[in-house]
Design a protein around this ligand. Structure first.
Ligand code: GMT
Length: 384
């Protein structure tokens, strides 16, 4: 069996949890001595500035605009560039993050080259939203069943995958992880002073502002909290719901205390100085943003949805409420912000959870073992 297989990675390259996990994992895998090749339309945003001479390497997908094509067919272009990378570098395994189109493209490239294995990591909306959509259900199911090994980022998502696709194939659960050396509390008052006065509670939300994130609930919760104590809200990220959240903040009279920072690469600094994280999503397979906040010693107030309870333990490192119950979320936020002892206990528990259960040293070896098993052909593969 090959101890250090050469790995190609296909992932979404813009801001989003699956691309973050793919990039952070690729960096860790390269550090452990594997040759890692990212293949994408652009360099994944968290890879920028982190490549060393030993990689990870990045290969841009070549595309071809032809007048007869009414669409760019990105899956075909991805499969083509990936096939070239597999052949040129002797790739043993392609790790596809997100089923559509990456697992599809990876299976396609394996068929073209006749070499290498495919491991697919399911991240959430690839199953719960895109895969569940009739327009993509068959291709998603096929991509999953044809992968040599499949992982999901939570028990919830593994179960959902079996339910949505009626498949009994083996799905290994490997949770998200956080670099707890980088995501830390920042105590320098000068950094915090950029965003809030010392007496204000600093509340933060990070997402891609898609409808599933319920960003209007973030504003609703904040407005209730801000009516009771001095507070500020930082909204980090961008997406289709940003304008609605902005309008609501204006309507509720909290726009002066809300800052929409847009896409913000230095997310760990903002998390490092904030006091409370809000994640009211209608569904969330895991909640990586919440985990990164917890690593910075921040309690989380979130919805009891999807895989969030696998990370946020109600009453221990945060509070959970039913989806859309903004009153319960505001009560929970006020409770933890007002009670110094409770806050200290919960923020310590949040950090403890991140460091003990979701440390890279605990999670990355699970992926490496899966790589070795998959390349060695000892997986629940459907394969080629
Ligand atoms: O919706 C996002 O936050 C982005 C999305 C993605 O696929 O890029 O994130 C998903 O993958 C993350 C990493 O595995 C998970 O932590 C998120 O919970 C998941 N998002 C959803 O399920 C909505």
């Amino acid at each position: 069996m090959q101890e250090r297989p050469t790995v190609a990675v296909l992932c979404h390259t813009g801001a989003g949890g699956s691309g973050v996990v793919a990039t952070e994992l690729g960096l860790q895998v390269a550090r452990s001595g594997h040759e890692v090749h990212f293949v994408g339309p652009a360099m994944p945003f968290r890879l920028m500035g982190h490549q060393g001479f030993q990689g990870p390497y990045f290969h841009q997908i070549s595309s071809f605009a032809y007048a007869l094509f009414d669409q760019p067919y990105p899956e075909l272009a991805a499969a083509n560039t990936l096939a070239e990378v597999i052949q040129e570098y002797g790739v043993d395994l392609t790790h596809a993050h997100y089923a559509i189109p990456h697992a599809t493209a990876a299976n396609h490239a394996r068929a073209i080259t006749g070499r290498g294995r495919v491991m697919t990591t399911l991240h959430g909306t690839d199953v719960t939203l895109v895969g569940a959509e009739p327009a993509f259900r068959q291709t998603t199911r096929h991509a999953i069943e044809r992968s040599d090994h499949v992982t999901a980022v939570s028990h919830f998502l593994a179960e959902q995958t079996r339910e949505v696709f009626g498949t009994s194939r083996e799905i290994e659960v490997i949770h998200n992880f956080v670099d707890s050396g980088r995501f830390v509390r920042i105590t320098d008052p000068a950094v915090r002073a950029r965003f809030a006065h010392p007496e204000e509670a600093l509340i933060v939300h990070v997402s891609n502002f898609r409808p599933i994130k319920r960003v209007e609930d973030v504003v609703q919760v904040f407005a209730r909290v801000a009516s009771e104590l001095p507070a500020r809200l930082l909204m980090i990220g961008d997406g289709p719901e940003r304008a609605r959240a902005f309008d609501l903040a204006r309507e509720l009279g909290v726009i002066g205390r809300t800052q929409f920072l847009g896409s913000f690469p230095d997310v760990q600094t903002v998390l490092g100085i904030s006091d409370l994280f809000l994640l009211p999503s209608s569904n969330e397979s895991f909640g990586l943003a919440a985990l990164e906040a917890m690593s910075c010693e921040m309690p989380v107030v979130a919805s009891r949805a999807g895989g969030i309870p696998e990370v946020v333990e109600h009453g221990v490192n945060g509070f959970l409420a039913e989806v859309g119950d903004v009153d319960a979320m505001a009560d929970a936020a006020l409770r933890v912000l007002r009670d110094r002892d409770l806050y200290t206990r919960m923020s310590a528990a949040a950090r403890e959870t991140a460091v003990t259960r979701f440390h890279p040293e605990r999670i990355v070896p699970q992926y490496l073992a899966a790589y070795r098993r998959t390349v060695g052909g000892r997986s629940g593969a459907a394969g080629c």
